[in-house]
Write a protein that binds this ligand. Structure first.
Ligand SMILES: *[C@@H]1O[C@H](CO)[C@@H](O)[C@H](O)[C@H]1NC(C)=O
Ligand SMILES: *[C@@H]1O[C@H](CO)[C@@H](O)[C@H](O)[C@H]1NC(C)=O
Ligand SMILES: *[C@@H]1O[C@H](CO)[C@@H](O)[C@H](O)[C@H]1NC(C)=O
Ligand SMILES: *[C@@H]1O[C@H](CO)[C@@H](O)[C@H](O)[C@H]1NC(C)=O
Length: 382
């Protein structure tokens, strides 16, 4: 503390000295000195503020998506690797389950995929928006995975269970399916490799159903991720931020629509938020951000969770709120995700309206934050 010898040697310029001595000559000029000092300080502050504004607007302007810009290059082909970690549940008591026991499952994985997404059919519009389609590519990463895509697991025969579920209230169709099950030997459970479960397998149930009627399901093979590898996805229109930085990266329309029609209320059908690759500048902890993804069939809110340090840069972590899939009187905003048949159990989003009527639900892993009764339906979930 206070070691004068360590202070840098300040050499006031001779010119400054003269000014000061001259000013010191009279009290009136001391007053001038103060005024000059104040004026200078005000100018500096003004200039700093101006500089800050200029830097800010240059930085924001740089973030606007434009053809040929640096941002454009990383936008059309994301340079950051994105890894998809897939876990599957193997039914380990198939025989007992068919006799009425509770299912017992064992989690397998992760099966890790590197996802590379490119953008195609890019069209910039004069109103500051851009249209594009994405083409994701998934590459299996054996060294990051526990297990191989050829691992065989027991799983529910999803197309058969769906067909049975769809006709459960129609006595005649129910009988048709029961007879077809006998004739064609459809099974409630199936042994499949992880690769088949995800990327597609031949389904005799679907082939049979196709002989009766046209199916809404657009793929020949059935699989949970069929149609997502190396095929162009539905088009998006996004605001680039040009002329309105607050709108940067906001999705304006998806698949030619500015509103969804899957859900029973306008709030749930809103297309809002960004594609999660970026947000408008000036995010604060109080913001409620939204991301939109056609695969999820809805916008997902994100709220501030914590401040984290990423290689020396302080960053805000935003996460979906715990009650994002909650229903009931405490969550009236989610009532429009319920259909005529009522609400699904809290913690699950019923994807039937947007997955061709299939009995598919989204939840946090292991029914985290969901209705506890769900976890008790299955043995082996933590
Ligand atoms: C799945 O469970 C069955 C027993 O039901 C077992 O034979 C099989 O090896 C398990 N698969 C994996 C990948 O653990
Ligand atoms: C901008 O123009 C495109 C193409 O004409 C249109 O799809 C989009 O909805 C427009 N966006 C706005 C915000 O008006
Ligand atoms: C996805 O498609 C690419 C290119 O067609 C192929 O190389 C890759 O193996 C596919 N990934 C999977 C998981 O099938
Ligand atoms: C952040 O997330 C963690 C993990 O879900 C949770 O335990 C914690 O309470 C959250 N903190 C805030 C401030 O939301």
């Amino acid at each position: 503390m206070g070691k004068p010898e360590e202070l840098p040697d300040l050499h006031p310029s001779p010119r400054m000295n003269t000014v000061v001595t001259q000013m010191n000559r009279s009290a009136r000029c001391r007053c001038c000195l103060w005024m000059v000092a104040l004026w200078c300080a005000a100018t500096v502050i003004f200039m700093l503020a101006g500089y800050d504004n200029v830097v800010h607007s240059v930085a924001v302007d740089r973030m606007v998506l434009r053809q040929g810009s640096q941002k454009y290059e990383s936008w059309i082909a994301t340079p950051v690797p994105v890894y998809y970690r897939v876990f599957v549940f193997n039914l380990t008591n198939p025989r007992q389950f068919m006799n009425g026991d509770r299912p017992r499952v064992k989690e397998r994985g992760p099966y890790v995929y590197l996802m590379k997404e490119s953008k195609e059919e890019i069209k910039f519009h004069s109103n500051g928006s851009v249209s594009y389609r994405t083409r994701p590519l998934y590459y299996f990463q054996p060294q990051m995975s526990i297990g191989s895509q050829d691992d065989v697991i027991w799983s529910v025969n999803i197309p058969f269970v769906n067909a049975a579920d769809a006709v459960k209230d129609n006595g005649f169709l129910k009988m048709v399916i029961q007879i077809a099950k006998k004739i064609h030997g459809f099974d409630t459970l199936r042994q499949l490799t992880v690769g088949e479960l995800l990327w597609g397998h031949k389904s005799r149930v679907m082939d049979w159903a196709r002989t009766l009627q046209e199916l809404p399901y657009p793929h020949q093979l059935f699989g949970l991720l069929v149609g997502f590898n190396d095929s162009v996805q539905e088009p998006y229109t996004m605001h680039t931020g040009k002329g309105n930085a607050d709108m940067m990266n906001q999705i304006l329309s998806w698949n030619g629509r500015q509103q969804l029609d899957f859900w029973s209320g306008d709030k749930c059908n809103e297309i809002r938020g960004t594609d999660a690759n970026g947000f408008a500048p000036g995010v604060t902890k109080d913001n409620r951000l939204y991301i939109f993804n056609g695969q999820l069939c809805r916008a997902i809110p994100l709220v501030y969770n914590e401040t984290v340090d990423q290689s020396g840069i302080s960053a805000y972590r935003f996460v979906p709120p715990d009650d994002v899939f909650a229903y009931g009187s405490d969550h009236p905003e989610n009532a429009c995700y319920c259909s005529g048949g009522g609400c699904p159990p809290s913690g699950v989003l019923d994807m039937k309206p947007c997955y061709w009527g299939a009995s598919i639900g989204f939840s946090f892993p292991h029914f985290y934050k969901a209705d506890p009764k769900l976890r008790h339906l299955v043995h082996g979930l933590r």
